[in-house]
Write a protein that binds this ligand. Structure first.
Ligand code: AMP
Length: 210
């Protein structure tokens, strides 16, 4: 199954992607994660990408598409993948169409006030990428999986959050229209399991059809 996951930062799409990966055995490909890895290398490309990430602005299409194309050509993607964070614009969707089909698009929806609240209190593990939230029960400031001290991503700070949500808002409607009846919408206002249940039912049916 070749899936696209749409949803603003903080909507819970990363968590949903992990559940899909575990049940359906297809990798989650997050362009945000790929970029953060590139930044860590400190290479000239990493420096360039960092400038965009710190501002919450989109990395230019050519750079993004090269990184994505390279990732989906790897062996673990032969039975499909879940794209998380790509495409983020109509232009990117059209670029993607040239290299692969998309079987379905899951759109994770949550109102912007709630998104802002979730993002400012989000903390990330620099080692394993796990995400926690200062408002969640049992939060200690250390990663629940590997014990590393959590940090606040620069783009989870208030000014960058506003920029990221604005960019998302402007780009999402044309994308939803572009994918038309391939889109399955789900609200993430409830718990991660409540969000996942209808998605799983949808994907089981889709898998049987492919
Ligand atoms: P995310 O982790 O998905 O919120 O992405 C973090 C940052 O990576 C974004 O704010 C952008 O700077 C960059 N990024 C991720 N995906 C894309 C994309 N499809 N196109 C351009 N920039 C992206």
């Amino acid at each position: 199954m070749r899936l696209v996951l749409l949803g603003a930062a903080g909507s819970g799409k990363g968590t949903l992607a992990k559940k899909i990966t575990s049940d359906f055995g297809i990798p989650q490909i997050s362009t945000g994660d790929l970029f953060r890895e590139i930044v860590k290398t400190g290479s000239p490309l990493g420096e360039l990408v960092k400038g965009y990430l710190d501002k919450g602005a989109l990395v230019p299409n050519e750079v993004t598409f090269d990184v994505l194309k390279n990732r989906i050509s790897q062996a673990d993607c032969k039975n499909g993948f879940i794209l998380d964070g790509f495409p983020r614009s109509l232009d990117q969707a059209k670029m993607l169409e040239k290299v692969t089909e998309v079987d379905a698009v899951i759109s994770v929806e949550l109102d912007f006030e709630e998104l802002e609240k979730r993002l400012v209190s989000r903390r990330t593990c620099p080692k394993c990428g796990d995400i926690d939230n200062v408002n969640y029960q049992g939060f200690t400031g250390s990663c629940r999986k590997c014990g590393t001290k959590l940090f606040q991503r620069d783009d989870d700070k208030p000014e960058a959050i506003k920029a990221r949500l604005e960019v998302y808002k402007n780009n999402i409607t044309p994308l939803i229209n572009f994918y038309g009846d391939k889109v399955f919408k789900v609200s993430s206002a409830g718990s991660p399991d409540e969000t996942y249940a209808p998605v799983k039912t949808f994907l089981v049916k889709l898998e049987a059809k492919i």
